[in-house]
Design a protein around this ligand. Structure first.
Ligand code: BGC
Length: 760
């Protein structure tokens, strides 16, 4: 009986849906998406088209709940009039349903909204910050961690992530370096692909996959002197070879949207940059998704001095291919008039609207606008055990062992007195990092909690010093480095009586992120002093760093025997760190970015060009160097140790001379020569020795994550093709040039075996 009712129910639903589809043919799912878009656009007024290009922040403060006053009347009115195509920062199945209902039931055409959100490293259950995840070099783990983020966000009504951030950056002063994958375009491209797949899955129409957004197009990571929102002035060759590859990889992986950037690129705001958006992205690359502006970046083209007023800003941005206006309120104010005055061709508006509607159709929003608004799913998905296990796995894989002299690590599981010191060791918020809008303070597992689970040792905890005083939020800096040293004595006493001291030092969770550029990237506050004071009474220190960017730690690097780079590892941070400290997880992370010795070396990156005077051939000063510090970084790109050791031998190239299209086969033998099973990231670099444009001294062109049991040996194979051997010239032409190439394979970008071949 029940099933008969169900059949009748389904049948009536079908009849109703069919009748509805007949009245609104763009809802007929038997038609192709492009046909449906055409049918819908035939019905749309210019105002409604422009409405699709308008995105509002739904008045949620980016860090908190909806204000009591609700959203502004203007925004609500616009929503009801069908002048809003997208909202950002509305979240929660119930809340999204409420706004979607207005769009679907109260507007003339009932076009559903696409709901964007900054899903940067998880939604509520947070994975490590993206820079940390990049240190895993584990693409499948990154894909899975992003899929968890997509599952949680989609369960909260969100169907569009403003991620991945694929900005390559060489400047740790820039606070947003925490948000992307580091300094290398090859690694960055692989990670971009993994993240797009993680968000979008195999089928965008599933209710647990969401549209991804590669950002910020382009070159935002190159802001001068690392100062937020600053100018970018780089060569086209750098743009093509370093900045664009991760965007191209995201495009090839099917990313459905891109976000442009706040910065100027060579004198033209990225937001109004036709060369970037029309010529490259939508021209050469044939990208058929849409481009959203960054927050008010259309308006800022006036502040930059590019457009003379709002109207011209809109004209230039639409013409340059910015399809959606995030929070400038300008498309909605100016674009209809510009079209009517024939200053912007309707074809450009139509193209933008078609792109936006395409993504909405692909998400399945026209078939079921409420598909992401299931409160029951929201309850079971967010914070699930599965998600927590996933982010824990990712967190362990993101940890980099920088130094382990005297094998202080792994810690013995019993019989030791351990003094845990540092405010960050007992911090349940900072490990969440920046960009954690939907998560709550105090929800990370602290290092103290993680270590307390190992009961065989005697563990004491002393703060020593705070990192900061005051209360900083995502949007405001109200907090300053502390100068209070009243906790030093107690910490010193504890250290004196301990066998091993574990010190957790670094940055407060909001000392990196958007708007958090710094010129001093030493350990903040008086943490350096605390470290040196503790060292005076006990040299057996394991320094665990929590930070969103490379820090300058030359003293620690010279004096402290063991250093663990633990970044900001998200919800499961303390559990991951404890497992690594106690050897239940053997660290395998490798730095995705160089660590400078001091700020004066920045920008410092491994894939730099040589100079005409790279070495001191004489004793004079006339060579490329500093008088006061070495040229090399403190820790090189790709560096990371394990509790075991790996031996490299037998680097072979299958031939000496190759034709242009012939694959170059490289192999190397790697052996686990230590006492633990472990994973190693085997890295391959090349150098194109001469070219019509000089090529970098090393370029990563392959890597493999390999697990080796004690004593085990594996042969690792790489293949180099034209895709790895060529480069872009300043006009964007891809060239594969004849000549000699060096090949380097090793455990990091510095310690490598070397061979060479010729390309005819
Ligand atoms: C950031 C973007 C972000 C947007 C929306 C901007 O300030 O640059 O990356 O997606 O805000 O929150």
């Amino acid at each position: 009986m029940k099933s008969r009712n169900t059949i009748i129910g389904l049948f009536s639903l079908f009849v109703v849906a069919n009748a509805y589809a007949q009245r609104k043919p763009h809802l007929d799912s038997k038609k192709t998406i492009e046909e449906r878009i055409t049918l819908l656009m035939n019905e749309m007024t210019v105002e409604e088209k422009v409405g699709q290009m308008n995105q509002y922040n739904w008045s949620w403060d980016v860090t908190g709940p909806a204000p009591k006053g609700g959203v502004s009347k203007l925004k609500l009115d616009h929503l009801r009039q069908g002048w809003v195509g997208s909202l950002l920062s509305v979240r929660g199945a119930k809340e999204v349903r409420a706004v979607q209902k207005i769009a679907v039931e109260e507007t003339r055409l009932g076009i559903p909204l696409i709901i964007g959100f900054d899903v940067i490293h998880g939604y509520k259950t947070l994975s490590p910050i993206p820079l940390a995840e990049a240190a895993s070099w584990d693409l499948e783990a990154i894909r899975k961690s992003t899929a968890i983020a997509a599952a949680e966000a989609s369960a909260a009504g969100i169907n569009w992530a403003f991620g991945p951030n694929v900005d390559i950056s060489r400047d740790p002063r820039w606070g947003r370096i925490m948000e992307a994958a580091g300094e290398d375009p090859y690694l960055g491209s692989k990670i971009a692909t993994a993240r797009v797949k993680g968000f979008q899955g195999d089928n965008l129409a599933e209710n647990n996959t969401i549209a991804a957004c590669a950002k910020h197009f382009a070159a935002y990571g190159f802001v001068e002197s690392g100062r937020e929102y600053n100018t970018v002035d780089i060569s086209n060759a750098t743009l093509y070879n370093v900045v664009l590859p991760p965007f191209k990889a995201a495009k090839d992986a099917g990313v459905r949207t891109m976000m442009n950037a706040f910065n100027l690129l060579n004198g033209i705001p990225a937001t109004s940059n036709s060369f970037l958006q029309r010529d490259i992205l939508k021209g050469k690359w044939d990208f058929d998704g849409f481009v959203v502006s960054d927050w008010a970046s259309i308006k800022e083209t006036v502040t930059h001095g590019f457009a003379k007023d709002g109207s011209e800003a809109v004209q230039k941005s639409v013409m340059a291919g910015s399809d959606m206006d995030m929070e400038s309120y300008l498309y909605v104010a100016e674009l209809v008039k510009l079209v009517n005055d024939k200053k912007v061709k309707i074809e450009l508006v139509d193209d933008a609207v078609r792109r936006i509607l395409r993504v909405k159709y692909e998400l399945g929003l026209f078939d079921d606008p409420y598909k992401y608004c299931d409160e029951a799913r929201e309850k079971t998905t967010i914070g699930s055990q599965f998600n927590n296990e996933g982010v824990l796995d990712m967190a362990k894989k993101s940890i980099v062992l920088l130094k382990n002299e005297n094998q202080l690590l792994p810690l013995k599981k019993s019989g030791q007195k351990i003094a845990l010191i540092g405010a960050l060791a007992n911090d349940k918020t900072s490990p969440l990092g920046s960009w954690r809008i939907a998560s709550n303070d105090n929800t990370a597992v602290s290092v103290l909690e993680g270590m307390q689970k190992y009961k065989g040792n005697q563990l004491t905890y002393d703060k020593g010093t705070d990192v900061t005083v005051g209360k900083t939020t995502f949007v405001q800096e109200l907090e300053f480095n502390t100068t209070d040293k009243s906790g030093f004595e107690a910490a010193k006493n504890a250290a004196q009586n301990a066998d091993v001291v574990v010190m957790v030092l670094g940055e407060h969770g909001f000392q990196s992120g958007e708007g958090r550029s710094r010129t001093n990237i030493d350990l903040p506050g008086n943490q350096q002093e605390l470290l040196e004071e503790i060292f005076k009474v006990n040299k057996n220190i394991v320094l665990v760093l929590n930070n969103g960017r490379p820090l300058t730690i030359p003293w620690a690097s010279e004096n402290i025997p063991t250093i663990v780079e633990a970044w900001q590892l998200g919800t499961q941070s303390g559990n991951a760190i404890a497992e690594v400290l106690y050897g239940d997880y053997n660290p395998s992370g490798k730095l995705p970015i160089s660590f400078p010795r001091n700020v004066g070396q920045i920008p410092i990156y491994y894939n730099h060009f040589g100079t005409g005077r790279p070495v001191n051939s004489d004793t004079n000063v006339f060579w490329s160097h500093y008088s006061d510090v070495e040229n090399t970084p403190l820790y090189v790109f790709g560096h990371g140790l394990s509790y075991t050791s790996f031996g490299y031998s037998n680097l072979k190239i299958n031939k000496a001379v190759f034709e242009k299209d012939e694959p170059v086969k490289v192999s190397v033998t790697v052996t686990n020569t230590g006492k633990y099973e472990g994973k190693e990231v085997v890295q391959l670099y090349i150098r194109d020795l001469n070219g019509s444009l000089v090529r970098p001294v090393k370029e990563l062109k392959g890597f493999e994550l390999v697990n080796l049991k004690i004593g085990e040996t594996k042969i690792i194979n790489f293949t180099l093709t034209n895709a790895e051997l060529g480069f872009f010239d300043n006009n964007g032409n891809y060239l594969v040039e004849s000549g000699m190439f060096k090949v380097f394979v090793g455990t990091n970008s510095n310690d490598v075996l070397e061979s060479e071949f010729e390309l005819k």
